[in-house]
Design a protein around this ligand. Structure first.
Ligand SMILES: Cc1cc2nc3c(=O)[nH]c(=O)nc-3n(C[C@H](O)[C@H](O)[C@H](O)COP(=O)(O)OP(=O)(O)OC[C@H]3O[C@@H](n4cnc5c(N)ncnc54)[C@H](O)[C@@H]3O)c2cc1C
Length: 424
């Protein structure tokens, strides 16, 4: 692409801040720095790299996977979660390069893009997200559907609809009851019932099964007991079969095997059981955590580098100073780390020392649990039900307003709300 050629071959002498990954962390870093006068005053160019031309709004994926074709074609559905980076960057002083990061040469401060050459940097922010972790469980990668991209969501929706056409009652098994598994299970119950009613409006009751399996003792590992209790109750009320403390040890074309020896047949198997650092990190010769994520110092600089490489979001290993456990891999944490790094680089270019990143004792969250119900823990207050759902909608609107001009943000928000709740 011409922009990349220009950057890659004609401007090696520019002072440059390169941000790799335009997800929640990378995009927030770029937007925050583009509004920082110190960056422009000191003559730094901002370059944002991503392999896709869009920003993926992952929080809408479980909804997109449960909208029937009756309401949305594939492209329309995908566009509800894929926001073009061109719309976001507009007139901001950010240069976007579409390309895949293939290497980092820390000593010479250069990144390599797949088939596009190299690009020098003065500061580098790595925000490459995460990959699905299958924990080497035999057959799991082969037979399960992931939910990480817009294509995954559309493919899952289409697969479910395809099977539902020829079968009376469907069995869906979801492995992994973290936030994604819970939101998806709750949404799919309703979706399957809608499909069944479309086929047979006189059907007395919905006969489909959604089973949510979790290897840990409870669903939502790491969440507080109150949330776990309320959400488990809500899932059971919706008709989701919740089984905990039973790891999946193998998957085949038609069933999964649990550690107890039980075999569970399925029509559709979805895996939302874990994430790990992206494969590319293994090739960078930088220190990695057991999960394959980059180990950072208290200022979020990658260890064993010259202090000019930062890592944020899902590809960074940030431990809570007291518990020593990693802080949650969420969009909200990625954004918080991004704001810290934007400030840190701004301080560094002004010759000031970098401050420590402040982790929170507890993180607020909102989880949608079917139809217009959500559990929201805002630390000072907790809501469950329709108020929680309203909180979730407002959080989405606030995010769209942060990344897009307000008419575009409001349109996207309204359009998605109409689309996602067409099934409810
Ligand atoms: C289905 C689902 C639902 C979720 N729901 C929520 C929610 O409701 N609330 C919440 O807080 N969190 C949610 N999360 C978690 C949240 O999406 C992540 O924690 C967040 O996206 C992390 O941000 P990030 O910037 O680290 O990575 P990402 O947002 O994943 O961004 C990484 C970016 O890097 C790009 N990239 C990767 N490799 C390369 C490469 N080699 N070269 C160039 N570009 C590359 C990718 O294309 C991507 O744009 C959800 C996750 C999923 C999967």
């Amino acid at each position: 692409m011409p922009e990349a050629e220009n950057i890659l071959h004609h401007s090696m002498e520019e002072k440059r801040i390169v941000i790799a990954g335009a997800g929640f962390g990378g995009l927030t870093t770029a937007l925050a720095m583009s509004k920082d006068p110190a960056i422009a005053r000191h003559g730094y160019d901002l370059v944002l790299i991503d392999r896709h031309p869009h920003h993926l709004y992952t929080a809408g994926l479980y909804e997109a996977a449960a909208v029937s074709r009756h309401f949305a074609r594939d492209e329309y559905l995908a566009s509800s979660v894929c926001i073009p980076l061109a719309d976001i960057i507009r007139a901001l002083p950010i240069r976007f390069v579409q390309g895949t990061l293939a290497g980092v040469d820390v000593r010479n401060r250069r990144v390599t893009l797949d088939s596009q050459g190299t690009l020098s940097y003065d500061y580098l922010v790595l925000a490459l997200g995460a990959e699905t972790n299958y924990f080497d469980i035999p057959g799991l990668k082969e037979y399960s559907a992931p939910l990480k991209t817009a294509n995954d969501a559309v493919a899952l929706r289409n697969k479910i609809e395809g099977i539902a056409k020829s079968k009376h009652s469907l069995s869906i098994v979801i492995g992994g009851a973290g936030a994604t598994g819970v939101e998806l299970a709750a949404e799919l119950v309703n979706f399957l019932c809608v499909l069944e009613r479309e086929k047979n409006p006189r059907a007395p009751a919905c006969r489909t099964t959604v089973m949510l399996l979790e290897a840990s003792r409870d669903i939502l590992p790491g969440f507080d007991a109150h949330a776990v209790r309320r959400i488990t109750r809500r899932l059971r009320h919706l008709g989701v079969i919740v089984k905990t403390g039973i790891p999946i040890i193998a998957a085949s074309k038609d069933d999964i095997t649990l550690k107890s020896g039980e075999r569970v047949p399925y029509d559709v198997l979805v895996w939302t059981g874990g994430i790990k650092g992206p494969h590319i990190l293994k090739t960078l010769k930088l220190p990695l955590s057991p999960k394959g994520t980059l180990v950072v110092d208290p200022g979020l600089r990658v260890m064993q580098t010259d202090g000019r490489v930062f890592a944020i979001g899902d590809n960074a290993w940030v431990a809570h100073p007291r518990t020593k456990r990693p802080i949650p891999a969420t969009a909200q944490v990625a954004e918080q780390e991004a704001r810290h790094v934007a400030k840190a680089i701004s301080r560094a270019v002004r010759g000031k020392p970098i401050r420590r990143f402040r982790t929170m004792k507890k993180y607020p969250f909102v989880l949608a649990v079917g139809r217009k119900y959500a559990y929201a823990d805002l630390l000072v207050m907790r809501f469950a039900g329709r108020i929680g759902w309203c909180v979730k909608q407002l959080i989405q609107l606030r995010y769209f307003l942060f990344i897009l001009p307000w008419p575009r943000a409001a349109t996207l928000w309204w359009r998605n709300m109409m689309l996602y709740h067409s099934n409810d």
